[in-house]
Design a protein around this ligand. Structure first.
Ligand code: SF4
Length: 352
């Protein structure tokens, strides 16, 4: 996967775009009184940039305090109000997202915002979405054009006024529209892109829609930061982003654990064994390995020959293997611990 070359911007200590790793993003969802705790949870899950909606002056003040207090990078999300955006920039916000679907990029408020952002070097993300861009009733091509045009026109107006630290992106609840819009924006500019799908829904269906759209764009080399929008708890969004980045090989977040789907040959609770292996591998500290957990010794080691290490269960026995070759045979209850011993031993001998 060859990543599109883009400019790079900096939000606090976080590099975004260019040669920086694709950023794991999240959006806070809890009330302001509980938001610091939520940011802590998101950061612990692996979020690198947390966006927070700012609707009032009081929230803007609280946001700026959070920016001081939190180690993870934050972005203020502003709709409708240039005045609010100006307050934030004037008081030192590092990054702000503006929706060009509901804010007009002309007039006194806009001019003041642009002048302040240019002076402070504020990162501005221009993010359109299908819900606010008056695309209802339009056909596919016109909808995509509208999503793209509002972003590019807004970016152009800001650049003319000296605002260069831009992140762009266009989201629709439709997969094809999102892919088409971001592909066009990527072809038209060298600014980094934030990608995702809006209004996905909940559960597996929502995750799959995000995974297909984001995964397709990433495989085209497009995307410098990802948010997976899910109707559910915000930490699950972070896990979803990491799963997608890991699946397309864009980033590694620890050892990759693969497992067979099981069939009638499997005589153990393999899902339980997978969970055990995943939890145990966190303590082993090896990131760049693939570990297989297989449901039978008949086919397991061969089916997972690509994995660096693995364990295959057979009723009461377990075979631990490396690159498809069985290296230890133990009782099933010792399978996971023996697998870890083998991985640690290989690490000590620098075989990893
Ligand atoms: Fe079935 Fe064994 Fe293949 Fe798992 S590894 S799917 S249990 S044959």
């Amino acid at each position: 996967m060859r990543r599109r070359r883009t400019l790079q911007v900096q939000i606090g200590g976080l590099r975004y775009g260019g040669d920086a790793p694709i950023v794991v993003e999240a959006m806070a969802k809890r009330p302001y009184e509980k938001i610091k705790e939520e940011i802590g949870v998101l950061a612990a899950e692996g979020a690198e940039l947390v966006r927070i909606a700012v609707n009032t002056r009081r929230q803007a003040e609280r946001f700026l305090t959070l920016q001081e207090e939190c180690s993870v990078a934050l972005m203020a999300d502003v709709h409708f109000s240039w005045r609010l955006a100006c307050w934030l920039v004037e008081d030192g916000v590092e990054a702000v997202r503006i929706n060009p679907g509901n804010m007009v990029f002309e007039g006194r408020g806009f001019e003041r915002f642009a002048a302040l952002a240019a002076e402070q070097g504020t990162v501005v993300r221009i993010g359109s979405n299908s819900g606010s861009c008056s695309v209802v009733g339009m056909g596919f091509n016109r909808r995509v054009k509208r999503l793209v045009d509002v972003v590019l026109e807004a970016a152009e107006r800001l650049k003319e006024r000296g605002v260069g630290a831009l992140i762009l992106g266009a989201k629709s609840s439709d997969i094809k529209e999102t892919i088409a819009a971001n592909t066009r924006i990527a072809r038209s500019t060298d600014h980094p892109l934030h990608i995702g799908i809006t209004a996905t829904g909940a559960g597996e269906e929502a995750f799959c829609r995000s995974a297909v759209a984001v995964g397709t764009l990433l495989m085209r080399g497009i995307g410098d930061g990802v948010r997976v929008s899910l109707c559910g708890d915000s930490a699950s969004e972070v896990r979803a982003v990491k799963a997608i980045l890991s699946a397309v090989g864009a980033r590694r977040f620890g050892a990759r654990v693969i497992a067979c789907p099981t069939c009638t040959r499997c005589q153990v609770d393999l899902a339980e064994k997978v969970a055990e292996v995943k939890a145990a591998l966190d303590g082993v500290g090896q990131k760049d390995i693939t570990v297989a957990v297989m449901g039978c010794v008949v086919n397991g080691p061969q089916e997972a020959a690509e994995a660096d290490f693995g364990v295959a269960f057979s009723g009461r026995r377990a075979a631990v293997f490396a690159k498809g070759v069985v290296v230890r045979q133990v009782s099933a209850k010792d399978g996971v611990e023996t697998l870890l011993e083998v991985i640690r031993g290989a690490g000590r001998q620098r075989l990893l």
